[in-house]
Design a protein around this ligand. Structure first.
Ligand code: SF4
Ligand code: SF4
Length: 336
């Protein structure tokens, strides 16, 4: 399976953050990215209106001129078929180039779900199947299992050696590797460094998040003329790694369960999540409850013992709580 136009190291636009803009503003950024030369657009069903913004932004463009990726959550065949129908309708297309399944462990997929996915590929409504996961084990299973053509996993210059090995393994097995969080959720500041690093990490396709026109322009320019990993950039990357050591939570959940009941993958990444998703998306009762519970962390250290990336989990949770406090204050919401 080959995705036309997706050469080595070519990235695309991660459209998740477009949910922070209104429909017209989001669509305008998609078109700006297309006009700037970007040809891969990653939508999602996780947040309402993203696929619609992508469709609106690309209206009138010949379908074969760009690639569409989207992700769906589905636990069984019926769920999958319904989600796919909804995605195709929202994207205004007859097919998606990559459909990533999210929230499912490859080993736990039912035969019915596998069959429905295979059928979607056979009927050409889906050109390739991927797994979107923040779990290294699940992503590795997808790369090695032979069922998936692609994997969507967080990768950047703060990634651990075993995560970079996964990218190399994907290349060896002919599996497309789409990298989410190429800027480590805002921990990294230089897009040039991030791009140079990922281009050196193998056949990786970064998905760049953007919310402002200047971010689109910067990424599109770098995609057109990718930076080389010079000694200067290499030193800068090393500096960023040192400065941010222990700060990148992947959301894998391997540190769970917490004896207090804290949702660690959410609380530790709360600052990042609230800044990339539609404004006000996390002011609901459930999230308030989660973050209130996060304040009750007793510092037992079980989570840090289980985190294979050696993170300061308690510190991350504290930071998450602080950022959530600020976010709620900005929204004018009562919380504590
Ligand atoms: S340190 Fe806090 S978050 Fe971690 S397991 Fe203990 S109570 Fe839960
Ligand atoms: S703290 Fe570590 S184990 Fe827990 S979700 Fe984050 S990266 Fe995974």
């Amino acid at each position: 399976m080959t995705l036309k136009g997706l050469g080595r190291g070519k990235g695309g636009l991660d459209c998740k953050r477009l949910g922070r803009l209104d429909g017209r503003g989001g669509a305008a950024l998609v078109r700006r990215a297309y006009d700037g030369g970007m040809r891969l657009f990653a939508a999602t069903r996780e947040y309402p209106g993203i696929e619609e913004r992508v469709a609106r932004g690309l209206a009138g463009v010949t379908r074969s001129e760009y690639l569409l990726l989207t992700d769906v959550r589905a636990s069984d065949a019926e769920d999958f078929r319904r989600s796919l129908d909804e995605s195709l309708r929202a994207l205004g297309t007859e097919y998606v180039d990559v459909l990533c399944l999210r929230g499912v462990c490859p080993g736990d997929m039912s035969d019915g779900l596998r069959e429905a996915m295979t059928e979607a590929k056979r009927s050409r409504r889906v050109r390739s199947l991927g797994l979107a996961s923040d779990s290294l084990e699940q992503a590795r299973e997808a790369v090695c299992g032979g069922f998936f053509d692609a994997v969507l996993y967080p990768l950047n210059s703060l990634s651990a050696p075993e995560e970079l090995e996964l990218a190399a393994l994907a290349e060896e097995r002919g599996v497309y590797f789409f990298a989410s969080m190429p800027m480590a959720g805002g921990l990294l500041r230089s897009a040039a460094c991030a791009m140079a690093f990922l281009r050196g990490a193998g056949k990786v396709h970064p998905l760049w998040g953007a919310e402002y026109p200047w971010q689109i322009d910067e990424t599109a320019a770098l995609e057109r003329k990718p930076p080389r990993l010079t000694r200067l950039l290499h030193e800068r990357i090393e500096g960023e790694r040192e400065m941010n050591a222990g700060m990148l939570c992947r959301g894998c959940g391997e540190c769970m369960p917490c004896p207090v009941g804290i949702d660690i993958p959410f609380a530790a990444r709360a600052g990042y999540i609230i800044h990339i998703t539609p404004r006000g998306a996390y002011t609901d009762r459930e999230t308030r409850g989660k973050m209130r519970l996060a304040m009750k962390c007793v510092g037992c250290g079980y989570c840090a013992d289980r985190c294979r990336f050696g993170l300061n989990v308690r510190g991350l949770i504290r930071r998450g709580v602080n950022e959530y406090r600020e976010y709620m204050w900005e929204q004018g919401e009562e919380w504590e």
